[in-house]
Design a protein around this ligand. Structure first.
Ligand SMILES: [Zn+2]
Ligand SMILES: [Zn+2]
Ligand SMILES: [Zn+2]
Length: 976
């Protein structure tokens, strides 16, 4: 602090007598160096385990971690998810709850199996499983380190893995409970099938994409005898019902033609034949061929349906015409090709009308030898598509051929088009025991964040009738059952299931590959149905959604350190059809209760144009890139600032903004740190009643901000927390309170009451603020607390939010004295009420109103000073002398006078207060408005001019003084 001061003859330096701020907390962080050091320290302190057992005797709060798939490096979506979970659990823990978090990984399933099979094509099933375990373990370890790097604290050394032997055994037991309760059935059903991955797909695994397909119109002819019976005798040419399809390869599997009930069908005369289509569509058909519409006659579908039709190319096959309301009059011909073995709706119709569920298709999409015509045997259905069209053209059954683009189901893994085929599968009925209805009912009692997300989960449940549980793969949990290879009869029992569970508990799912039927304890190896001794072990495995879906049963309900149900599940929006749904349904079967009290749903990570990040677009941003640029806390602040009700946007502007906020918060904390270097809270702090009034105001404001931020943590509104932290630091602290108290901190007597008063406020603000930011800015908060907490014995993440009880008590006393009433936050029964209480306090608190008025006065005075500055009369506000007169409007004047009374009670003069509050050298209160100008605040009259005397070389305040060094009175006392 060197300066030229021409008014003072003797340029003596008083720098060493000032209390200049000092701290070794760096202005800029160096995250690439510091974050790894802190991570290493947390590791050595075993912090993740400590957070798991912390507050063990207190109320439990359970966030149940949805398991990511153990395959590949984590991407930004994973990071966003885990950071949100970490903010939730850290903030809950800091309210004093016991918050044990067990991370999980989803390990079974196709992607891992495919990678392993590709690498080791020769291995037997049991060996493939061993390799899958190794593969999953490798990625779990990689992902674990990547999650730790984000500052996420979970019990990393004891995660739950769906491939743990104990977990695998619990999956089998969960299946056993489903079986015992009558939910499970094995039956032949037409299911969505990927011929590339050779497995059935769950509804959740199907994605719809545009695709070009042939669109053909095929003649199914009426036999002459039926033409005679149903139609006028004058019709002398060939008569056909016109059937429309976009999947020609399924025509060999045709077993009926469906018509719309009680609907008029026209018999059109086209060239030398008659074609039957629904009246509503006859116009379209004629325009296809570009011929005039000539209606020979018409017939009601109810009558037409009494006949049969000749299959276009299978000799001797006639198929029935059946009536069904699903037939639409929107497109095609309203005569619908029905193949119950290769269409899910056709399957339902086939069951209703007792049609053959004919599906001679191999798992890799070829016709089997059961196919008719024989020449198709062994041919792939893709080639079958061409064969059928050619055949129809040859034998004159093809009426018209074109192509169309339409939305078609595709496999979510390999993105190839699906087929449908009838297979023998294990099903869980969702109608049994009203489980779907109970799930829908349970949703009404669960909290959804955001609220609208309830509808997503509802929608995925509403149309689901059953859940196909079996997969024809290797890497998964076996379905514990025996099949009869003679008659296909299925055998299982509670005893068998428990026996298998026990074996798997010891040896993993590999147990099933090696155990013999004798070892399973089966004395009688005969089939119950055909009595043959031809039992074999079921080869199907369970859907992986069942594996992860029962985690509430295998983890929460069995681990005494945890608890069922969870308080919260937090996952991306796609999990409504995935893990949220499977968890909810299985919990209602296994525990008869919803698995959680709340579902938090967040969006996908997208770029600034709203496009989902994908490798093919090239807009992927990795968590590492953001960490390299903004530090881990920058990434964490970004995650908290996103409104999880929408997409998680990454844009240049947003990242810049995040970087600035982190720096601003850091600067504010650094200022606080630098001014308490000689302050020991235990020894030097001043009791609240004796603090200077302005310091009291600062703490009252802190109390309010702290209550609001804590409330927003509890309702999981992290966007609000991030904004409040930033606003509090920049608006309320840096540019106001801290600016005002600078002079007192730097120039007052180091251990005098006035400076200690400011330091007390600074310390409490820093302590409260550091803890409030810790769930989000986890690295910065730990580093700050290292600096200000003397004899710090435990991580900030094991500390509670500051209670600020003393401030509350103080506020209460003040309000009692002033007969203002409010209720302490902790006496309120729920959070919403306490927020009402905050606003009630805000509305009625005298102190708050006083403070608001003072800020108005300050702003009005600053305008007067600004005019002086503009005229070049002053440079710094400390050169100013203010004279004022105050006769405000009635209520304001009463507030002002009550404030002056409060001041006098603590032995402070109004002039002293105003000097500091306005950051000027002299303040005089006048008894009238003579010579003053009225300000923007009605009734406040002010005159600003250059202060008299000289500038004190130590504190720069102006005063009339006869000191030889030019020191002001205050500085004389301190220095001499
Ligand atoms: Zn596929
Ligand atoms: Zn049998
Ligand atoms: Zn001075």
């Amino acid at each position: 602090m060197t300066h030229n001061n021409p008014e003072v003859p003797n340029k003596k330096s008083f720098k060493e007598t000032l209390n200049l701020p000092t701290t070794d907390f760096p202005i800029r962080s160096n995250p690439s160096k510091e974050d790894p050091i802190l991570l290493q320290r947390w590791h050595e302190e075993n912090l993740s385990y400590k957070t798991f057992i912390h507050n063990a005797e207190k109320e439990k709060y359970i966030l149940h971690d949805g398991p990511p798939y153990a395959n590949g490096h984590i991407h930004l979506g994973h990071a966003y998810n885990k950071i949100l979970k970490d903010i939730i659990t850290k903030s809950q823990r800091m309210t004093g709850k016991h918050v044990p978090v067990t991370p999980g990984w989803d390990c079974h399933g196709l992607p891992i199996e495919l990678k392993v099979v590709k690498e080791f094509p020769e291995l037997a099933a049991e060996q493939i499983k061993k390799q899958c375990r190794l593969y999953a373990t490798k990625w779990i370890n990689i992902q674990k380190e990547e999650f730790k790097k984000l500052g996420v604290l979970m019990n990393w050394d004891q995660p739950y893995l769906t491939m743990d032997y104990s977990y695998e055994a619990e999956i089998v037991r969960a299946f056993g409970s489903f079986y015992k309760q009558g939910f499970i059935e094995k039956k032949n059903k037409t299911v969505a099938w990927c011929m590339h991955d050779q497995t059935v797909l769950a509804t959740a695994e199907i994605e719809y994409k545009e695709r070009k397909d042939p669109s053909i119109y095929v003649r199914f002819s009426l036999e002459p005898i039926n033409v005679k019976r149903l139609l006028p005798t004058c019709l002398d040419k060939k008569v056909s019902v016109l059937v429309w399809t976009t999947t020609p390869w399924t025509l060999p599997l045709n077993r009926a033609v469906m018509l719309r009930p009680n609907t008029v069908y026209d018999v059109l005369e086209i060239d030398d034949e008659y074609i039957i289509v629904a009246r509503d569509l006859s116009e379209n058909i004629c325009s296809l061929k570009d011929v005039p519409k000539k209606i020979a006659t018409s017939i009601n579908s109810d009558i037409l349906a009494t006949t049969t039709l000749q299959h276009p190319f299978i000799k001797d096959l006639t198929v029935p015409l059946i009536l069904d309301h699903s037939v639409s009059l929107e497109d095609g011909t309203a005569a619908v090709h029905c193949a119950p073995g290769c269409g899910p709706q056709d399957y339902e119709v086939g069951r209703k009308h007792n049609l053959e569920i004919y599906s001679p298709i191999t798992p890799d999409g070829k016709y089997t030898q059961d196919i008719e015509p024989e020449e198709l045997s062994g041919m792939s259905v893709t080639d079958g598509q061409i064969w059928v069209i050619k055949k129809l053209a040859e034998n004159g059954s093809l009426f018209f051929k074109t192509s169309l683009r339409h939305s078609y189901p595709h496999c979510w893994r390999c993105h190839e088009g699906l087929i449908f085929r009838a297979t023998n599968q294990w099903f869980c009925s969702l109608m049994h025991d009203d489980v779907r209805e109970r799930a829908l009912l349970a949703l009404e009692k669960v909290t959804f964040l955001p609220e609208k997300s309830k509808n997503y989960l509802k929608a995925t449940l509403e149309n689901r009738l059953e859940w196909c549980l079996s997969r024809q793969r290797i890497w998964g949990v076996p379905i514990p059952a025996l099949l009869c290879s003679t008659c296909n009869f299925v055998h299982t029992s509670d005893e068998l299931i428990e026996k298998v569970a026990q074996g798997i508990e010891k040896e993993g799912v590999e147990y099933w590959d090696t155990v013999s039927l004798n070892d399973l304890g089966l004395n009688d190896l005969h089939c119950n149905q055909c009595k043959e001794k031809t039992l074999t072990k079921e080869k199907d495995i369970l859907d992986v959604w069942f594996d992860s879906g029962v985690s509430h049963y295998a983890v929460l309900a069995t681990n005494p350190a945890l608890q069922f149900p969870a308080n919260i599940y937090c996952e991306g929006i796609d999990q409504h059809r995935g893990w949220f749904q499977s968890s909810l349904l299985t919990s209602l079967v296994l525990e008869k209760e919803a698995c959680t009290k709340a579902f938090l749903t967040h969006g996908f990570t997208v770029d600034e144009r709203g496009q989902k990040m994908s490798k093919s677009i090239g807009n992927v941003v990795s968590p590492d890139e953001i960490i390299a640029r903004l530090g881990t806390d920058g990434l964490r602040l970004w995650a908290s600032s996103i409104d999880y009700g929408g997409d998680a946007v990454i844009s240049e502007t947003l990242l810049k903004n995040v970087g600035q906020i982190v720096q601003k918060i850091r600067n504010t904390c650094r200022f606080l740190l630098a001014n308490i270097y000689d302050f020991d809270f235990e020894k030097d702090s001043v009791i609240l009643e004796e603090l200077l009034t302005i310091d009291q105001y600062a703490l009252e404001e802190l109390y309010e901000v702290s209550s609001s931020i804590r409330y927003n943590y509890m309702i999981n509104d992290f966007t609000a927390v991030a904004h409040e932290l930033s606003d509090y630091c920049t608006v309320k602290l840096s540019s106001l309170y801290l600016d005002i108290i600078k002079d007192r901190l730097y120039t007052d007597k180091a251990d005098g009451l006035k400076r200690r008063s400011a330091q007390t406020a600074c310390w409490i603000i820093l302590d409260t603020l550091t803890k409030l930011m810790a769930p989000i800015l986890s690295f910065t908060a730990e580093q700050i607390s290292d600096h200000y907490q003397k004899n710090k014995s435990e991580s900030i993440h094991l500390q509670n939010f500051s209670a600020l009880d003393s401030i509350w008590c103080f506020l209460q006393k003040r309000s009692e004295a002033n007969r203002w009433q409010f209720t302490p936050l902790h006496l309120h029964t729920n959070v919403q009420k306490s927020v009402d209480a905050i606003s009630e306090i805000s509305a009625v608190s005298l102190r708050k109103k006083q403070w608001e008025l003072l800020l108005k006065i300050r702003s009005a005075c600053n305008k007067a000073i600004e005019i002086q500055r503009e005229q070049g009369l002053i440079k710094h506000s400390l050169e100013v002398s203010i004279t004022f007169y105050c006769q405000l409007a009635e209520e304001q004047q009463a507030l002002f006078e009550s404030f002056v009374r409060d001041l006098n009670e603590t032995n402070q003069s109004l002039a002293e207060f105003m000097k500091e509050f306005l950051i000027v050298s002299q303040v005089t209160q006048q008894v009238d408005s003579t010579g003053l100008q009225e300000t923007e605040l009605k009734g406040l009259y002010v005159h600003a001019e250059h202060a008299q005397g000289t500038k004190c070389p130590r504190c720069w305040q102006w005063e009339v003084t006869d000191d030889v060094d030019g020191l002001c009175k205050r500085c004389q006392e301190i220095v001499k």
